[in-house]
Design a protein around this ligand. Sequence first.
Ligand SMILES: Cc1ncc(COP(=O)(O)O)c(C=O)c1O
Length: 404
Amino acid sequence: MIPFSPPYIDKDILSEVADTLKSGWITTGTKVKTLETEIASLCGIDNALCLNSATSGLMLSLKWFGVGRGDEVIVPSYTYCSTALAVYHLGATPVMVDVLDDLSIDPEKMRKAITSATKAVIPVDIAGWPAHYDEINAIVKEKDIRGLFTPLTNEQKTLGRILVLSDAAHSIGAKYKGRPTGSLTDLTVLSFHAVKNITTAEGGAICINLPGQFASGDVYSIMRLMCLNGQTKDAFTKNELGGWRYDIVLPGFKMNMPDICAALGLAQLRKYKTKIYPRRKSIAERYYKLLSKYEWAQLPDLKHDKTESSYHIFALRINGINESQRDKIINEITAQKVAVNVHFIPLPLLTVFKKMGYSILDHPVAYSNYSREITLPIYPQLTNKQVDYIVKTVELAYKTVMKK
Ligand SMILES: Cc1ncc(COP(=O)(O)O)c(C=O)c1O
């Protein structure tokens, strides 16, 4: 059996986690702080805030910006549910927009979806390939679009335009026109869920890259307060001798990351650039080379000029098939003991969003890509031999189902 995405755990990771367990401090403390510093450095920004998930990061970012009832937030229809549910949980309306063939939000359709109620847009870097940030960042700054913006909170007044919040759950380490994920939009949310390029078992981070009218350190401090119930002292500070008194100054969430999780992430991050990322890249390149000889294979974007994927997953699409044939091909692949996946079922096909009135008919590009998509695994432990076997298996499955 070739699994889809086992976590990468080596002796350095075990030892960093054991060190935390032995230290007597397992919840938010010094390891989280160190992880935040390392993430900020990787992303080329001053401040990153670690949390218990990317979903929390999206919710906290929107909450910080004052998004709530009556507001609209634009999201792509081709993403994981969290992107839209984060909006929904704040009482705002997710406005779904179709994607381009590279699976990222269509900037022109995004522009058309903007109204005077739009407070934020959430582009998503599917499979680790950055969305079209130059176009997106330019649209929110256009005179007419700024003119539509109706600020209600201090943060909204200070920004003076729609917030660009990147859902970079897949794309830590990616580059867009030479600049790293985390430094491309006002706020960027990373995920450290178990299957991600860097994992803390569950976890996420907000990268703060707001324009000059905001002090990044101050935004970090307020978000930190908001992720800890609005409490003026974290458990670590309260634990210090005589440090018992605290106040709750705002109605915050409970979304902080514990040190035990940060330890896992820290040990992984230390070998991301030198080991984990290069191995992911070489696996993706091997898939690309092996699959490029088949006219039925539509290959994902990996690297053009100075834009490069994080090589999170290999989103293969098969030309000339329908959804039912795709499902049959997956069954054939699974029968050969290879675990593959589909990223993603477009949101309007999911019950919860159907019930809210979203229709897949409004998202033809998302549907066409979903119906032909098969995600091949990428992770450092995968050997070249296994990659070759996976490609052979896909070829055989295609031929069996399509009778070629
Ligand atoms: C595109 C996307 N956004 C958000 C999330 C949510 O991440 P988390 O599980 O860390 O909340 C995921 C998780 O798979 C994702 O794929």
